[in-house]
Design a protein. Structure first.
Length: 286
């Protein structure tokens, strides 16, 4: 039996918004009964929109198919007059997830102050207090101090430049790794088979992808499961990622879920160690 095409609709529930005010975006999808559809979480990147929460409604099924829906709450802090958004859904398949996008919807910004081009500058100048002039700095002394500082900086860089650059790179790398491990371990300690526990799992998975992206400069946050496995060349990673997708999007939490998040930590630490080794060897060669 041929499946009916998926029908997806996304729209704002308000016409306009003020800076910092909450707005709501409704996302609904009609699909065949045997298809698994998942909605993105609040930790995804939504561009100018800052996600606050996602309210998911139970699936409704009738003779014509199933309907899934959710309402996302956002805040907006950018001052452009108009913004657009299209949140996709994920269609779970045997080997991968497919993104399906609705048409973009737009929302307009309500301004509490006039547009800069409409401000009367003559009137504004009359109300701006004029600060008294300060004594001029001796230009000769400024030049002498500036040249001295420049020479000192040049000498330091000449003798220690390569070592300083290496130390700084290693320090930044260590700080990022320490922060990643601290937050990741805090999240996975609170992973359980309930709504809060699954939210922590989703946050940990998102954090892992962002950290790998910062290490490898590859877009892990937008990679599919297959692309992650191909990039890292780790066959066991495919099972771990499928287990996490099943837990996050399907609520299928099991004992293997904990093993999967531990595997992600091991992979991240391995890439971190490789990057440290690369930086050290690079400086020795040069």
């Amino acid at each position: 039996m041929q499946q009916k095409p998926i029908q997806i609709k996304g729209q704002f529930l308000e016409d306009s918004v003020k800076i910092g005010q909450q707005i709501h975006y409704s996302l609904s999808v009609r699909h065949s009964k045997n298809q698994e559809i998942f909605f993105p979480g609040v930790n995804q990147n939504y561009g100018a929109f800052q996600a606050v929460e996602r309210t998911y409604f139970p699936t409704r099924t009738d003779a014509s198919g199933s309907i899934d829906s959710a309402v996302y709450t956002f805040k907006l802090f950018q001052i452009e007059n108009q913004h657009s958004l299209a949140i996709p859904v994920y269609l779970m398949q045997e080997a991968d997830c497919t993104k399906i996008y609705p048409n973009k919807d737009q929302i307009y910004l309500k301004r509490l102050v006039p547009h800069p081009e409409k401000i009367n500058l003559d009137s504004l100048y009359q109300h701006v207090p004029i600060a008294p002039l300060q004594p001029k700095t001796d230009l000769k002394n400024v030049v002498i101090w500036g040249l001295g500082l420049l020479v000192l900086t040049g000498l330091i860089y000449w003798f220690l430049g390569k070592s300083l650059k290496r130390w700084f790179k290693l320090y930044v790398l260590w700080r990022k790794n320490a922060e990643f491990r601290r937050v990741y371990q805090r999240l996975i300690r609170n992973i359980e088979n309930n709504q809060l526990g699954l939210q922590n799992l989703e946050r940990a998975f998102s954090l892992w992808k962002k950290y790998l992206e910062s290490l490898t400069f590859k877009p892990f946050t937008t990679f599919t499961t297959k692309e992650m496995v191909d990039t890292l060349e780790n066959k066991q990673l495919a099972k771990a990622l499928h287990e996490l997708d099943s837990a996050i999007y399907g609520g299928n939490f099991s004992g293997k879920t904990t093993d999967s998040v531990n595997m992600l930590m091991e992979i991240a630490n391995s890439i971190y160690q490789e990057e440290r080794k690369f930086i050290s060897q690079e400086n020795k060669k040069s």
